[in-house]
Design a binder for this molecule. Structure first.
Ligand code: 13P
Length: 287
């Protein structure tokens, strides 16, 4: 069932668990994530970056594919189609394409401009029934060629954006996208607690879910994180399973080259990764 992310995140915040946002790249990814959510009776958010949207032939293709899959696979758990790190223009494209949720990443604008643009999008999303995520404090690592520095957000700026009426807020707390370097100092729980203190009931979003140790994930949830984004980990699992299949020469046996066979181990590996994350985040059985 396609829904916006507002209710599922408020429930997660109140129930002290987090809903996973898993980024999609193609049909196999989407199907694997939807089937796992249904099997585990968990709400789920499908993240679509601007780059992934372009890769999949545009946001309309993505929105229509997800909607059709929800219907044909009889997915009854709550599913949100969410633009990940959207530009101002990208947000409008996704609203038009039929997404149920968007993230406006205005973290690279001066705070006044981030506030102005976010304010406008709060109004548009409310009119159209979408949920909206905003970001304060750029989240490090590289995503679609945009490299952030992994800063910690200013709690007062978080409050300024939260008070505009967004549904969820991503605040940098030392998290980064992709693999964490060996000398990563870990999440700043001090920043997270200060952001929580200032933003009250706002469901908080933890980006860069790949590679964060389990105890830090659990602590972050206990401090108000209600949505956790995972992308790279599914990509690594998919690549590893596919490589094993090819290295074992399975594509050369019989019809092993058939894409439906070739991509099957990778798809199963995504399912396994999503399952592990949903169990860790505590969203199993919460649909
Ligand atoms: P990872 O790729 O590090 O899991 O981060 C995903 C993310 O935050 C998407 O916005």
């Amino acid at each position: 069932m396609l829904v916006n992310a507002k209710d599922m995140l408020q429930k997660a915040r109140d129930g002290k668990y987090a809903v996973g946002q898993f980024n999609i790249n193609n049909l196999e990814w989407t199907k694997a994530i939807l089937l796992t959510a249904q099997e585990l009776n968990s709400p789920v958010i499908l993240g679509v970056s601007e780059g992934a949207g372009k890769y999949m032939a545009g946001f309309k293709t993505v929105a229509d594919m997800v909607n059709a899959m929800i219907e044909e696979l009889k997915i009854t758990v709550p599913v949100a189609t969410h633009l990940d790190h959207g530009s101002y223009e990208g947000c409008y494209k996704c609203i038009e394409a039929g997404f149920s949720s968007i993230m406006f990443d205005g973290s690279h604008y001066p705070i006044e401009e981030n506030v102005e643009k976010t304010k406008e999008l709060v109004k548009v999303c409310a009119e159209k029934g979408l949920s909206l995520e905003a970001e304060v404090g750029s989240i490090g690592g590289e995503e679609d060629g945009v490299v952030g520095m992994g800063e910690c957000a200013d709690p007062d700026e978080c409050k300024a954006i939260a008070d505009l009426g967004v549904d969820m807020l991503a605040a940098g707390i030392g998290n980064i996208h992709g693999k964490y370097p060996a000398n990563w100092p870990g999440l700043s729980f001090e920043t997270l607690a200060a952001v929580k203190e200032k933003t009250g009931d706002m469901p908080l979003v933890l980006h860069g879910g790949t590679g964060i140790p389990e105890d830090m994930i659990k602590k972050a949830i206990s401090l108000g994180v209600a949505k956790i984004n995972v992308n790279t980990e599914c990509q690594l699992a998919f690549a590893e399973a596919t490589r094993k299949y090819i290295e074992a020469g399975k594509d050369l046996e019989g019809k092993g080259f058939d894409p439906r066979k070739l991509l099957a181990p990778g798809t199963e590996a995504i399912k396994e990764t999503v399952k592990t994350k949903m169990e860790l985040f505590g969203s199993v059985g919460k649909a």
